[in-house]
Design a protein. Structure first.
Length: 515
């Protein structure tokens, strides 16, 4: 990693780091923006693109944070409680396929087509869900949203790689995290108010109109991005028929079958579970960079760490409100507010990692971030002791959020540095897929541990039944301890992987995703 961002040679680092051939280096320099970056990400040259990116990410973040508030009301109104979980899984499985598709599409044709197609699909999915007359149509709309979100998020990573000089990319990645802060804080409140005053449909129907402004702002800047010469397989049929897209389709179908089996725990679920596993396991090994699961140095370790970080955080975070409600008697609102500080410090961590003087220490920042996350996860179950104040959770999660800000944004910067320009799309999609797979894997593992250690006896609806005489709720400390201990171990493994982030030889061959 270069310590001098002003060096012209270093400006071509994404290509030069993995190729010794002069033509490849020259091509990379031609495709990489000049490293002047005068005025920063909000300077005259980059202002429109930056504001457009922040606006798109903010809208996606608002929808993601608001949907949890509106979803129960929507499912009840559509008489579809039985399909409630599939409204979430449809988004996830569709986005898995779309991430791989966007990576191949961006590499072969450039990021503009998948970006605008993704934003259009995201808006269309919102309209379908908002206008749904039945739960089946609502689930379909969520799937279309997932396609759009997966296409857009990977294309945005490629836009960052092509539209900004290397020294500005950490600041852009920090803006990604900052764009989530306000939506995460106000999204549930706004969605709840809109749902109560105007109906749940307007949570979905109001967002597509807002998408038009960032598109108009970004379009002139996007047209100035370096063009990608279409290859022989750059047509839609060639892209959809690529090995990577077919593998992603296998992952999506396999994940869907496993989720179906998880929703129907009987003998009839054994066949779809077996088929799903047979599709998912070999496909995901081939989708991620070679050496990912053995933490090979460089890019594979970056991709692996993203899955470990995202999965351990989301799994632990999913059980915090349940712990506070059932073990300490907090209301659902107060339990949810305990997580708010983590969103603020996440943005702070992203800002800290964007400082130019910290660029030579990016791998250490990522390791520190994982260590802070592990510490936060270990602190949470202390509130199972009655003498420990419940605000300990809020304090712990501010530590974890800061660690994630250091880790996630640095991971995106490091991935672009280790990727050739023509591989940025596929490698960015691998990073996002590792994120999504980490979420579903470790949330599932946590659920199994929770039930195995007695947590399944907690009353449905979130609150444990109180004992006679108004005593404290029924306690299940072992179940929560198992979950948080396991996720802390996952975070510690991520901290260990940090030692593998730097490639052994800068000029050696760089692992990449096969297309």
């Amino acid at each position: 990693m270069t310590a001098d961002p002003s060096s012209p040679a270093d400006a071509a680092a994404p290509a030069a780091a993995g190729s010794t051939a002069a033509p490849a280096v020259l091509a990379a320099r031609a495709a990489t923006p000049p490293p002047d970056g005068s005025g920063g990400v909000l300077g005259r040259e980059h202002r429109a693109l930056t504001l457009g990116i922040i606006s798109v990410v903010s809208l996606i973040a608002f929808e993601a944070s608001a949907v949890n508030t509106a979803m129960p009301v929507a499912a009840h109104a559509l008489d579809g409680i039985g399909l409630y979980a599939f409204a979430f899984s449809a988004f996830f499985t569709a986005s898995l396929f779309a991430m791989a598709l966007s990576g191949v599409w961006s590499d072969r044709r450039g990021p503009l087509a998948p970006l605008f197609s993704g934003i259009a699909a995201f808006g269309a999915g919102l309209l379908i869900a908002g206008g749904a007359q039945g739960m089946g149509m609502f689930v379909a709309g969520r799937g279309v949203q997932g396609l759009g979100g997966g296409l857009a998020v990977v294309a945005l990573y490629v836009v960052v790689g092509r539209g900004y000089p290397e020294r500005l990319r950490p600041s852009v990645m920090a803006s990604f995290s900052a764009a989530w802060v306000v939506p995460v804080i106000v999204g549930p409140l706004v969605a709840g108010t809109v749902t109560e005053q105007f109906g749940w449909r307007w949570v979905f129907l109001s967002i597509p109109v807002l998408i038009l402004l960032p598109l108009a702002v970004m379009l002139p800047a996007l047209r100035k991005l370096p063009r990608t010469a279409p290859g022989p397989d750059a047509g839609l049929r060639g892209i959809l028929g690529s090995r990577r897209c077919l593998l992603a389709l296998a992952v999506a179908v396999g994940a869907s079958l496993l989720q179906y089996a998880g929703q129907h725990p009987d003998r009839g679920a054994l066949l779809p579970a077996a088929v799903g596993l047979a599709l998912l396991a070999p496909a995901i090994v081939r989708l991620l960079p070679r050496g990912t699961f053995r933490a090979a140095r460089g890019l594979p370790a970056v991709v692996l760490m993203r899955g470990l970080a995202a999965g351990s955080l989301v799994a632990a975070e999913s059980f915090i409100p349940l712990l506070l409600v059932t073990q300490r008697g907090l209301s659902a609102t107060l339990a949810g507010l305990s997580l708010t500080g983590g969103g603020l410090t996440w943005a702070l961590g992203s800002y800290v990692q964007s400082r130019p003087r910290l660029d030579p220490h990016r791998e250490r920042l990522m390791g520190l971030g994982m260590a802070l996350l592990a510490t936060a996860i270990l602190l949470v179950p202390l509130v199972l002791i009655d003498a420990v104040p419940v605000w300990t959770v809020a304090a712990a999660w501010t530590i974890g959020g800061f660690g994630m800000g250091l880790n996630i944004s640095s991971g995106g910067v490091l991935l672009l540095k280790l990727s050739r320009p023509e591989e940025a799309g596929s490698n960015s999609s691998s990073l996002q897929m590792s994120d999504a797979l980490g979420n579903v894997t470790f949330v599932g593992v946590s659920g199994v541990l929770f039930v195995a250690f007695g947590g399944g006896s907690i009353a449905a609806g979130g609150a444990a039944p109180a004992t006679t005489g108004g005593a404290a709720p029924v306690s299940h400390p072992a179940a929560f301890l198992a979950v948080f201990a396991a996720m802390a171990v996952v975070a510690v493994v991520g901290a260990v992987v940090a030692a593998r982030l730097r490639p052994k030889a800068v000029d050696g061959p760089r692992p990449s995703v096969e297309l």
